[in-house]
Structure formats: structure tokens, C-alpha cells
Design a protein around this ligand. Sequence first.
Ligand SMILES: [Zn+2]
Length: 176
Amino acid sequence: MKPILMIHEFKDTFLNLPLENYILTFDDGLYTQYEFFNEIKKIKTEKYFFISSGIICPENIKQSSEYITCVQAHKKAFSGDFSNYMKWSQINEINKTKDCFIGCHSHFHMRKTAGCVECIILDNQKMFSEFKNNLEKMPESFCFPYNYDTPLYKEILFKKGFNKFFGKERIDIFDI
Ligand SMILES: [Zn+2]
């Protein structure tokens, strides 16, 4: 199997890298990833986009093309501004594209979730209902927020039907 690359904010210079030699994972549903989707979808490898269902841009909001780090974008989202994120219509488009897969990345994207059973259950409930309402099929892959997993979290997700897990085993694109 190919090594797995972890990508957050996407830049055009990444297109010069030998990305086809890796399985590509894009975290957090940043709109800048979608802006490069026409190029990204041509890369001959599997591509996973991990979406947090509570951090989605509403369909009627104008998205921002500014380059922003995932940390800054999350800060804005936690204060109610989702303009740096993809919309469900765009996520569905990705999901219908060859060799592109949507995966779950929790609902709230909170660090404490992994250490608290009640938080996992609540987060899963929200995540399942949002994905069910907005995607045709529940994803089978899951990426742990902040790459922070626990055996219990994994076990609960496995019972829910997830069979592919992604986290800290990935290589950061800035390290290649
Ligand atoms: Zn994330």
C-alpha cells in the first residue's frame, strides 16, 4: 500500500510534488481544497476528504478564497463564520467523483471528545444524522480530529460500521 499523506490547507505548489505516489487525505473540509479540486481529482491515486459535519458552509453564504491555516479557519468557525469551508453540495460533488471518497471527521472537531464516552456518543449521534441528511451513503472511513484516537473511540466507531481509520500514522505534506 502507498504511504498516506495528510493535507490541510492546499497550495498550488503542492501540484509539483509526486502526489500520485501517496494516498491523499484532506482534512477539515477547507474551501481552498475545493478550489483546487479540478486539479486534485486528476491525480491518479485514492483521495479522501475528511469532513466535520458541524463545520460546513451554508449553501447561501459566499465562500472566501483567502489562504488560511486550518487553525485560523477553525477559530473563525467556532465563532460562527464558516466561509472558509465547503458546502454540502460541493462535498457531494467530490463524493461522486472517481477515486474520491468522503470520510467522517467527527461533528464538533473537539479534542476532548476522544477521552469522554458521553462526548463520543453525542458527537457520533450528531455526525450520523448530519451525514445521513446530506450524503447519499454513510462513509466507511473516519479520521480522528487532531489525530487523537483511543481504543474505545475506535471500538465505538467500528461497531457503527466504520472500517478504515486514519490518524497520526500519516505523513504531513510539509515533511516530504
Ligand atoms: Zn481536523
